[in-house]
Design a protein around this ligand. Sequence first.
Ligand SMILES: *Cc1c(COP(=O)(O)O)cnc(C)c1O
Length: 355
Amino acid sequence: MEISITKTTTPKQKPADESKLGFGQYYTDHMFIMNYDEGEGWHNPRIVPYGPFELDPAAMVLHYAQEIFEGMKAYRTADGSIQLFRPDKNMARMNVSCDRLCIPKIDEEFAIKAIKTLVEVDKDWVPSLDGTSLYIRPYIFATDAQVGVHPAKHLTFAIILSPVGAYYPQGIAPVKIFVEQKYVRAVIGGTGFTKAGANYAISLKGQEEAAEQGYVQTLWLDGVERKYVEEVGSMNVFFKIDGEVVTPALVGSILGGITRMSIIELLQSKGYKVSERRLSIDELVEAFKAGKLEEAWGTGTAAVISPIGELKYGDLVMPVNNGEIGEVTHMLYDTLTGIQWGKIKDEFGWTVKID
Ligand SMILES: *Cc1c(COP(=O)(O)O)cnc(C)c1O
């Protein structure tokens, strides 16, 4: 399929101060769109000026949330070139999400081509200040004008781009995490392993209540026994307990992060043993009490690594590493960001240049 390109005749003013980009505040001049119609498949791929969609008020996505998305970044390297990080993994995961939500699958290679072409068209929007990047948001939603519940026959695949600021403008710092006991995010058999927008809608309430108590994120426990650790906010989670690096196994209710996958491979390449297994909150409490909870961190595309400085479980407040960033956490942050921004040689073949 050829991607047609229609350039804007009224380009926007780019944000002048790259130190004030924040997250998701600005969008570039163009977007990618492709349509699905039953019988025709995915067709009419095009890059057009960024602008609103026209949607029927009965559009299925507005009623039944048949929508999935991805999140990835383009990074500006020191020599001025632009690179992506493991885009094949994001597109493969997108199809996993599609399958679960009865959304027709996309051609992964074609979708990577669409991302590259769009970033190329808007390449002047990729910021270059240290730690900044271009956030890439591919997503698919159901557009059938039909309030009956059924898998959509008409869908839109879109990609938008947003220049984003450094996640840690003041330097990487640990966050406080609230262990959620009232609400759950996902259960096995549900959609926890997918990037379905609906997963986020149902996580807002817990986040809000945690924030009221001064906590930045919630640590989700499993939805059945409320016993096993699953994720922190929208990040995967790792703990270093008595020398062992542990992360919850992907049991079906947990999102398989690309950052998680990369951190495991990175640790293994450096000789660390990583256990992907079930980890109960009681085990964490015991490790804490025995002085064996050495480090904790979250992983995700936005922050890369988010050190955890404190966990609150009921009335128990558990500082991790005296509220300071741990040694392994720091090493992982420096290594992965080094690879992503091209400061460290990529021996894994994870980065993909945009020519
Ligand atoms: C996106 C996401 C992550 C992190 O995935 P990455 O591919 O590393 O960005 C973790 N948990 C949830 C629930 C997510 O939606």
